[in-house]
Design a protein around this ligand. Sequence first.
Ligand code: FES
Length: 565
Amino acid sequence: MTKTTGLDNGLTNYGDLDFARFLRRSFARSMGISQELLDRPVVGIAMTPSGFNNCHRYMPDLVEAVSRGVLAAGALPRAFPTVSLGEVFLNPTSMVYRNLMAMDTEEMIGAQPMDAVVLIGGCDKTVPAQLMGAASANVPAIQLVTGPMSTGRHKGQRLGACTDCRGFWAKYRAGSVDSDEIETVEGRLSVTAGTCAVMGTASTMACIAEALGMSLPGTAAIPAVHADRLVAAEESGKAAVALIRNPIRPSEVITERSVENAYRVLMSIGGSTNAIVHLAAVAGRLGVRISNARLNAISDETPVLVDLKPVGEGYMEDFHAAGGMGALLRELKSLLHLDTIDITGRTLAERLAEPLAWVDRKVVRLFDDPVSTVGGLVALAGTLAPDGAIFKRAAATPALFESEGRAVVFTGLEDLASRIDDPTLDVQADDFLVLQNIGPHAAGMPEAGYLPIPKKLAQAGVKDMVRISDGRMSGTAFGSIVLHVAPEAAVGGPLAAVRNGDRIRLSIARKRIDLLVDDAEIKRRLSEAVPPPKPKRGYKALYRNTVLQAPEGCDFDFLTAENAA
Ligand code: FES
């Protein structure tokens, strides 16, 4: 008689289940595990160490701590590897491989015998990939993050990857920092294990995982090197065992209401634009879609309360010391759906009924004393972006919010690299820089939407310009940057029709981005557009043939909820 839990879960099919059980247990014993432990329920631990992922350097310690918690609570821990994505080590961009990691995670959760799973990720695309995979596998799951880096120091100034990377690089380009100093700074930006030290994409996704209810309360911001990070790992292991006894599946945690809570948190932390794409993909796995109109309503109602770079001043270690997500959620309480549950089975109302610890109000502001009265991100629509675009108003220059400019167009990354610093480039400070063909189909949507200010303007003191593309930008970046223009240029979006000298109008008040060229002329230009060539083989061909546009999270068309079994 076979069980359907623990190692007897999902027996290999040889046409004889008892033989399959016999064979599996025999092979399991070769791992040197006692019979008593082999009989226990199993918690899988999706681990993502890699020699190409500095952000996951402490993964072995975290796996050990999760295992300790699982054993203490009476189950058998089994760690298994999946794809790992180290943001800066991947070409053309980690975004191309997020869906590969999501598929790997989903399939390995489903194919291997586990009753619950702890997912350990951190670097930008890893947490979205794990949440996407877990949502589709729908096995009880807990997200544990590796935690943020601690800051370094340079000439008395705190430094953290990677807002300060960009700040120093801009000064180097402008000539105010020399090559010796930039080399010194290179060694002082990323000084510990962990994810980028500011409210970039990794930190944003950690906060979103907790807001969704997929991580243990209070764990999003614990620094990677803090002892509490290991305690959080141990507690996650114990909680996974509790989930076996009282199963709560990702589909019960990730709902329309918890996704709305996650958007509230995204707005209030001044979070990364990338989270809009990732949250759409995670929610899309369960059939939840939040419209741009709803996103804008949430943004207009939700103040920015967390004062961290790139929007403000602090670093993630400050957010943790200030009270972290518990402090933030209490300030947002009147705007949240309090009946949502987390993976412990508690409602948000129950969590927030606990007494409030000390809060550093310099970092987590009171609702009535916000960093900004409105949320960090807005969705735009208009003739240049019929299916939408994203603008991070919290990290932009207000003087450019209502502006009109002359387009200076780059047709792709190579064109940008070859001409942006050309002294003869016809460009002025009030022009709009337009970069085409870096959308999901054309280029995998790299973080190249943060176009550099042309050197001759940077050296003249220009710090910000309106920049527009169908790509993304790093969550650690800042500036008046219109991203995720959809449809992208490569699939016939109007962005492909922009030519040097065209006029473009941006209005954040009206949430519009318009190409001031008449419709017939746009159509004529688009009819002449030549789509970029398609890869013919392997994963890149699969990616190109099935990837959706940014508003659908750049997921693969066959992985969304509509295609669930
Ligand atoms: Fe990994 Fe920034 S490079 S989080």
